[in-house]
Design a protein around this ligand. Structure first.
Ligand code: MN
Length: 288
């Protein structure tokens, strides 16, 4: 018997101000859910009001983590200390491995169609890779594989695999899966998730039925409206029924089970390593 993953928590994001004044909806890295090993933070930015985001994220450091930015709408200009610069736009993904240290800026631009929206996920690095060489991967929307199922579901595979199609972003330490799933009303969706991996769904449009239920009786599942983050318990398979049209992110990854010490943009294993990061920054020895 296949073990369906049950919902163990449903989290409504809270509004926070970050960077130089960007209004975000945060659902991981809050009092409610500090850490979903290996995921350190999950932010949903989105507004029709440029004043909510134009101040952006001027030059700032990161150490010990990977950040994944996925754009739904609008454009963000970026620049970093390892020589990358450019603009990421609608449907593009930026996967940044800070490793030993990177300085970068992320500045949203005034959008042409009036809406700015996207997501940023922080994925922890294992102790042995925290001081790895910084790396930057950018994947344009056109390079992100998309699968349309018999049920007319449309699945964009940012990382991991869906129906034997490999995602665009590879070689990430936590072996994550990151799917953008659209289901028309009435569609069914199933995705195997490796046992032992942490898994969440982030419902950002419409509503769907999640949890442990048979497709013949979706009333036994839990109806989850947008905008919510669902944390799944362990098991082998995630099942979803679109009671209405629904769009969500399906994310999973291998937990590290290591101690963490975090201070803003630095996430290390011990307080001493955080102190070292601060000293490196002060002494101008941060970028190795
Ligand atoms: Mn950043």
């Amino acid at each position: 018997m296949t073990i369906l993953r049950k919902i163990v928590d449903i989290i409504e994001p809270i509004y926070v101000m970050e960077g130089a004044g960007v209004l975000l909806r945060r659902s991981i890295a809050t009092q409610r859910l500090d850490y979903l090993d290996p995921f350190l933070l999950f932010d949903h930015f989105g507004s029709e009001n440029p004043r909510d985001y134009l101040a952006g994220f001027p030059m700032h450091p990161h150490r010990g983590i990977e950040t994944v930015t996925y754009m739904l709408n609008g454009q963000v200009e970026h620049k970093d200390s390892i020589g990358n610069s450019g603009t990421i736009g609608r449907g593009d993904v930026q996967w940044m491995t800070s490793g030993s240290g990177i300085l970068h800026e992320e500045m949203p631009k005034e959008p042409e169609d009036g809406i700015m929206e996207g997501f940023q996920l922080w994925v922890n690095l294992p102790a042995k890779s925290k001081m790895t060489t910084p790396r930057y991967q950018e994947v344009k929307a056109s390079k992100i594989p998309e699968v349309q199922t018999d049920d007319d579901a449309v699945v964009k595979i940012i990382a991991g695999e869906f129906e034997d199609v490999r995602g665009a972003v590879t070689e990430i330490f936590a072996d994550p899966e990151y799917l953008d799933v659209y289901l028309p009303a009435g569609a069914l969706f199933e995705q195997p998730v490796k046992e032992g991996h942490a898994a969440f769904a982030y419902v950002f449009e419409g509503e769907g039925v999640f949890g442990d239920f048979e497709f013949s009786s979706p009333d036994k599942g839990t109806t989850v409206p947008s905008t919510c983050l669902l944390v799944f318990g362990d098991g082998e398979l995630v099942r979803v029924y679109a009671s209405k049209e629904v769009r969500f992110l399906m994310v999973s990854g291998n937990p590290l089970n290591e101690p963490i010490a975090r201070y803003g943009p630095f996430v290390m294993n011990t307080p001493e390593e955080i102190q070292e990061a601060l000293e490196d920054l002060q002494n101008d020895t941060f970028v190795k």
